[in-house]
Design a protein. Structure first.
Length: 128
């Protein structure tokens, strides 16, 4: 009996996968986080793509709240900066790196708010 159900179950899963096409994460969740860069000490930039207009915010302890507003779907770069306390923690951190869990929240003009968190590393950047 068990051997007969396995092909039936596999066929049902294949049909279900074909019936629901995968949407991009920006469409599905309202926003998508992209590339992270470290342009200077205590600053991180991150690319964000949103599926519609609305308000976007990023918060964490020892970090200034970064906000952005948009009227339509698209992408933008969000600049995240440490507070004075965060810079002090960074200067005393092992490896000259500070890891923070940043909470990202997107509130679309029409729809439910979406949130996610991501661990980001703030670094001491050497001047050239």
């Amino acid at each position: 009996m068990r051997n007969r159900l396995l092909p039936l179950l596999a066929g049902a899963l294949a049909v279900a996968a074909l019936a629901s096409p995968l949407a991009s994460s920006a469409e599905q969740y309202g926003f998508e986080l992209g590339e992270v860069e470290h342009p200077q000490t205590g600053v991180v930039t991150i690319r964000v793509r949103v599926s519609s207009g609305g308000e976007f915010a990023a918060t964490a302890n020892s970090m200034r709240t970064a906000r952005a507003k948009g009227k339509e779907a698209g992408g933008f770069t969000l600049r995240l900066r440490l507070t004075k306390r965060g810079l002090e923690r960074l200067s005393g951190a092992r490896g000259r790196q500070l890891r923070l869990e940043v909470e990202f929240a997107f509130t679309p003009s029409a729809g439910q708010p979406r949130t996610t968190s991501k661990k980001l590393i703030f670094r001491v950047v050497k001047k050239k």
